[in-house]
Design a binder for this molecule. Structure first.
Ligand code: OSB
Ligand code: MG
Length: 368
């Protein structure tokens, strides 16, 4: 393939309710889309991070610079472009996995459309629908949290994840267990908010039979997670710490986690996400698909990834209505506790031109 156009569209879409985590509060999805045209086929992707580097070191303005000045020029200069060549062409740039993932995914979408293939078929998906989990933010009060969880359960979500931080951990977990019982698949996500000195406190979560605790310690503390895993019965799941298949292999060799949250953006794209799935499966370790409050453009390929056979735990894959009153694609819905994997070619869905136009705040051509 030859790339004819790379365009970046800034979008700002209000969330239906503020989403609070240990690192901050989001009230809108404020990011950019990439649109690639290659050999007459169009490819789309969504940058997964936010305007500020709070979840990880990447952020919207920085990603735009590195795409414009380093990543796009090195990819369009390839004599023959294909998704599998995008990662190696960008490897000279340190880090910037989320920016790299956005470019690789848009190229992959265009390539798959040109070949009439689905991303699920390309990656090796085997399921046609995936169980829907939901990530519930930190609330001002326990009654507010219980109301939210009750509503999500009535909508059919089969797994609840509670965001936690020091001061909002044992009490909300206990409240949810007391109200909804021990059968409910329940897990927590700390987004790096604790230190190893909190081990005795975190061990109090063990009595609640959680599926896992996600990323309790800082992202660069692999050893700390290995020590914590010895001190807790609740399985440790890593999110922020796993940025590549090599990290996954290291974490498993060190017993730093028993479960991995695979976010394609965090690891540089769907090809590396597939490799993490393969490493985990070869080690008999469960993975699940994480989310970053994506619009339908980011969610569609995540659903296809979650349909691979190693994704044995429900992902953070919710209906469009959990995030937005209006999505950039036809809305995803939860039916019978599941979300259907889209069946269209490429990433599986088309952005709705009208919605994209209305939510776009500015556009910039990075290459033509
Ligand atoms: O740590 O998994 C996380 C959202 C934004 C950034 C980080 C995380 C999250 C979520 C929400 O937990 C997952 C989703 O429903 O998209
Ligand atoms: Mg997480």
């Amino acid at each position: 393939m030859k790339i004819d156009l790379v365009e970046l569209l800034h979008v700002e879409i209000p969330l239906v309710s503020p989403f609070r985590t240990s690192f901050g509060t989001m009230t809108s999805k404020d990011t950019f889309l990439l649109r690639v045209v290659a050999d007459g086929a169009e490819g789309w992707s969504e940058f997964a991070a936010d305007p500020e580097p709070l979840y990880c070191s990447e952020f919207v303005a920085g990603a735009e610079i590195v795409l414009a000045t380093c990543l796009v020029p090195s990819v369009v200069a390839l004599p023959e472009v294909s998704a599998s060549r995008v990662g190696p062409a960008m490897a000279f740039v340190k880090g910037h996995h989320l920016a790299k993932a956005a470019l690789e995914t848009a190229v992959l979408d265009a390539e798959l459309r040109a070949f009439g293939m689905t991303i699920g078929g390309y990656l090796g998906a085997t399921a046609s629908r995936v169980p829907a989990g939901v990530s519930v933010g930190i609330k001002a009060s326990l009654p507010e949290l219980l109301d939210d969880v009750e509503r999500y359960l009535s909508e059919g979500y089969v797994r609840i994840k509670l965001k936690i931080e020091p001061g909002w951990d044992v009490a909300p977990v206990r409240a949810v267990r007391e109200r909804f019982g021990y059968e409910l698949p329940l897990q927590v996500d700390a987004n790096t908010a604790y230190s190893l000195a909190d081990a005795a406190h975190l061990r109090r979560l063990d009595e609640f039979d959680l599926l896992l605790i996600e990323q309790p310690l800082p992202e660069d503390d692999m050893r700390g997670h290995a020590v914590l895993a010895q001190r807790m019965r609740t399985p440790i799941c890593l999110d922020e710490s796993i940025t590549s298949a090599r990290d996954a292999a290291t974490a498993l060799a060190m017993d730093a986690c028993q479960i991995i949250n695979v976010k394609p953006a965090r690891v540089g794209g769907y090809l590396e996400a597939r490799r993490i799935h393969d490493v985990a499966m070869a080690n008999g370790v469960a993975v699940w698909c994480g989310g970053m409050l994506e619009t339908g453009i980011g969610r569609a390929p995540n659903l296809a990834l979650a349909a691979l056979p190693g994704f044995v735990l429900p992902g953070d894959l919710s209906a469009s209505s959990r995030y937005f009153a209006e999505d950039l694609t036809e809305p995803f819905v939860v039916e019978d506790g599941h979300v259907r994997v889209p069946t269209g070619v490429g990433i599986g869905i088309e952005p709705l031109p009208d919605a994209v136009k209305r939510f776009t705040t500015s556009r910039r051509v990075l290459y033509s």
